[in-house]
Design a protein. Structure first.
Length: 276
């Protein structure tokens, strides 16, 4: 795998993981569009995918460090020393962990089926547009709830919606933001809920993949591209979160929806011409 390809795929992963436009969909579409064939087998592809997700995990941990430190501290205290814990913060921390359970179970049970049956360019294009419509519909709701109002019900329902993101083209951040907006969160709060929910999901996935990678070993010639991918995804992921929060202070999610439609129509147009 070339360093240039590793940089590009890292940038795509970082930017699209946190913007509501589907990272998994774009990571499939980019090699298809450019005719890249960097992975000789599924094990090599999954190893590089692990590196990209590790990069975005580092990005979200760094960006949300001010929120995560008290959540981790009080979450641990709630279990180890309940009388000393801030129960409100501690319980909310465990709610975010709970929100990852539905997607974690579904992903573990259906990973091979998803890889084999989903993720074709046509399905990705359709998913980009369909879930773009759902996002703009939910974004029309008037929302004033903030992060402090996040409840167990929100964790379960938004977490259940997150399962839909296993389909490339849906977008994990997009579907969680959609659900959060539908349940009355403000745009800024919906984005922060999505970012915080990504921590246990990405963290759990990376942990499992690293365990397997440690057992199987890193494929030959992939160490440098993996390091480059981690750095590229980490930097672009931080930029994506910073940029989206600033944008949402004055704008809606409409620009992202417009992009989803343009991308979806472009892919379908290319398919109709037998481009690939």
């Amino acid at each position: 795998m070339s360093i240039f390809h590793a940089i590009v795929l890292g940038l795509i992963q970082g930017l699209t993981e946190f913007l509501p436009i589907s990272s998994s969909g774009h990571l499939i579409l980019a090699p298809w569009l450019f005719g890249w064939n960097d992975f000789s087998n599924i094990e090599t592809q999954r190893a590089f995918d692990t590196a990209l997700h590790l990069g975005t995990l580092v990005a979200v941990l760094f960006y949300l460090r001010a929120d995560l430190v008290p959540y981790v501290r009080e979450g641990i205290k709630l279990v180890a020393a309940p009388k000393k814990a801030n129960k409100t913060i501690g319980r909310r921390a465990w709610m975010f962990v709970l929100s990852a359970v539905p997607a974690g179970i579904a992903g573990a049970l259906a990973e091979n089926w998803i890889t084999e049956k989903l993720g074709t360019p046509a399905l990705i294009a359709i998913s980009l547009m369909v879930f773009g419509v759902v996002l703009v519909w939910a974004d029309r709701q008037t929302g004033t709830r903030d992060l402090d109002s996040f409840s167990t019900r929100d964790a379960l329902l938004i977490g259940a919606a997150q399962v839909l993101a296993l389909n490339p083209g849906t977008s994990r951040s997009g579907i969680t933001i959609t659900a959060a907006r539908k349940f009355g969160f403000s745009r800024d709060a919906a984005a922060r809920v999505s970012f915080l929910m990504s921590v246990p999901v990405i963290g759990g996935a990376v942990l499992l993949k690293l365990t397997k990678l440690a057992s199987d070993g890193i494929p030959d010639g992939l160490i440098i591209p993996m390091i480059v991918g981690i750095v590229s995804a980490g930097i672009s992921g931080w930029i994506a979160m910073w940029g989206m929060i600033r944008l949402l202070r004055s704008r809606s999610f409409t620009p992202f929806v417009m992009y989803r439609f343009v991308a979806g129509i472009a892919v379908l147009a290319l398919l109709s011409t037998s481009f690939r």
